[in-house]
Design a protein around this ligand. Structure first.
Ligand code: GLN
Length: 546
């Protein structure tokens, strides 16, 4: 079958959940055993996401091949349960630099190079080549930004041109607000959104409306009328407790049949096993009966929870698999200025996560949080920066190396516990030059949290960092009781560290990036389990003492 295309655009504003819609559409098609892959277009002129601030754009997601991509890729991978590669990501920066390279080479000799047909042609060629190279049935293309933006105008035009020669299904996501005093679903913003898309020469085949409550019949009729679509093509995308329910919601509204008919795909039946296992994942009643555990995430981009989506999802996957209900408390590290504030914020938690991060802001608060967790035997999970700070805290408070630090935060520190490796010292460019992507590690200690979690010696997780534990201090830290339980295969870099006296584990990797609802991360499973055990013990002791 020649590849077919689904193009998903968004109207009016960002943050409506286009990435979740695209992921859910892919999941639905995957349930029909179709081979489907995404392409995400982002209009910004950065080459990739690597140099962007998570505070503005949400988390930077890292792929197996080291591609630093938009956070939507995390959602794609979690829904599809499939590793993607950087070919799925197109940015304005990538496409423009490739056309300029061609122009310099002389590929367009004699011509003036224009947005259309050259830039649009470049986009179309990229997408067709992608479909061919990957041998897929359907490419689902997410157009970043909203219709009417300057940044994605040429890309949307390219999609229109693509539809002139290939089978393309257009899906538009809009927003239906409710004015609280009136309580009525308002369709005018959607009408304007659709009009803008039609001005660009595109008539959507399906309209998905983000709403608070399910779309009413009246709203559906109105939207159908204004977009000249059959009512069955107006899809409700109401608030859900659990995003993993959305594919099921799409199936209930018959989106599968519409897509297959429109794309001319005949004779396929849904794979019942895939449907059933997804229904289990989407079951949001799991764990709600038991006692909840409380996990604190101490970060510095806390105002924008999207900065830590993969961590949040990994907590959810592990909790769901263990049948445990977990509440997350977001703690802003910069608010932890002294021990009193730390104990106010952290007392009563069953586990603490120190996620990844860059730059000096909030570091001291995180170090104090680690000390508090260690001294009060609260299970701790350190992710990348979290592991580095576990080592710094241990050096300062157990080895008594006053002022120990990472040279990222204090280049002049006397005790460079975390430092740049020689390979990084020479690096000048910031983009794409960290230790990135999948790296294998060897677990060297059998009696360790790491081995009990992974149940094997050679593991692989994704990385994104420039600094490492400084081997000059490794022996000293180990002698004082910090366990190095995994290293790189050559033994040269520390990958995992653990506490001896209570549950505490830090990894130089980002295991959250590989956690999937169907395959939770082993380390998160181990951590959530430890937190729930600690909770049970404390409940037991408090009932005994009553
Ligand atoms: N800033 C640290 C480094 O570059 C940690 C990075 C991270 O947590 N991803 O090594």
């Amino acid at each position: 079958m020649q590849a077919k295309f689904i193009v998903v655009t968004g109207s009016l504003m960002s943050g409506l959940g286009k990435g979740i819609l695209v992921s859910s559409i892919m999941k639905v098609l995957d349930m029909y055993d179709l081979k489907v892959l995404p392409i995400k277009f982002d209009g910004y002129l950065n080459f990739d996401c690597g140099t962007m601030n998570p505070y503005r754009h949400g988390e930077v997601f890292v792929l197996e091949d080291g591609g630093e991509v938009d956070m939507d890729f995390g959602t794609y991978e979690r829904f599809l349960d499939r590793d993607l590669d950087r070919d799925s990501s197109i940015t304005g920066g990538k496409i423009i630099s490739s056309i300029i390279e061609k122009e310099r080479r002389g590929d367009f000799l004699g011509e003036d190079v224009q947005v259309t047909p050259h830039l649009t042609g470049e986009v179309i060629k990229y997408i067709e080549d992608f479909a061919e190279k990957k041998k897929i049935d359907i490419v689902v293309i997410e157009v970043g930004g909203t219709v009417g933006d300057i940044e994605n105008g040429y890309f949307i035009e390219a999609m229109r041109q693509l539809s002139l020669k290939r089978k393309v299904e257009f899906i538009n996501l809009t927003y239906v607000p409710v004015i609280s005093s009136v309580g009525e679903q308002k369709t005018k913003p959607s009408q304007i959104g659709i009009r803008l898309l039609m001005q660009a020469g595109i008539k959507p085949d399906i309209l998905v409306s983000r709403t608070h409550e399910p779309l009413s019949e009246k709203t559906r009729e109105k939207l159908a009328f204004f977009s000249s679509l059959d009512k069955s093509r107006i899809i409700s995308d109401e608030d859900l407790n659990n995003i993993y329910r959305f594919p099921i919601n799409l199936l209930k509204q018959g989106v599968d049949r519409i897509l297959l008919d429109d794309l001319g795909i005949k004779g396929l039946k849904i794979n019942r096993d895939k449907l059933r296992s997804w229904e289990e994942i989407a079951d949001d009643t799991v764990g709600i009966e038991g006692e909840s555990i409380r996990i604190g995430i101490v970060g510095k981009y806390i105002d924008l929870k999207d900065s830590y989506v993969s961590v949040r999802e990994a907590v959810y996957h592990a909790s769901h698999a263990l049948g445990i209900n977990t509440d997350i408390k977001w703690i802003e590290a910069t608010n932890l200025r002294d021990e009193k504030q730390v104990s106010n914020e952290l007392a009563g938690l069953d586990g603490v996560i120190i996620p990844g991060g860059f730059g000096a802001r909030g570091i001291e608060g995180k170090i104090m949080a680690i000390k508090y967790a260690r001294e009060n035997k609260i299970p701790l999970l350190g992710l990348c920066l979290g592991m580095q700070l576990m080592a710094v805290e241990f050096a300062r408070n157990v080895c008594k190396l006053k002022g120990a630090n990472s040279t990222e935060f204090d280049p002049k520190t006397k005790y460079k516990i975390i430092d740049l490796m020689p390979a990084q010292v020479a690096v000048k460019n910031k983009g794409g030059t960290m230790r990135l992507g999948a790296w294998k590690a060897r677990i060297t200690v059998n009696d360790s949290i790491a081995y009990r979690a992974y149940k094997k010696k050679i593991i692989s997780e994704r990385h994104r960092h420039r600094y490492e534990l400084n081997n000059r201090y490794r022996h000293l830290l180990e002698k004082a009781g910090l366990i190095v339980s995994a290293t790189t295969l050559d033994g040269k870099l520390v990958e995992i560290m653990e506490w001896k006296n209570s549950y505490g584990i830090g990894t130089q990797a980002h295991p959250e990036l590989k956690s999937r609802p169907s395959r939770p991360s082993p380390l998160f499973l181990s951590f959530i389990n430890a937190a729930s055990e600690v909770k049970k013990q404390s409940l037991n002791t408090s009932t005994k003492s009553e």
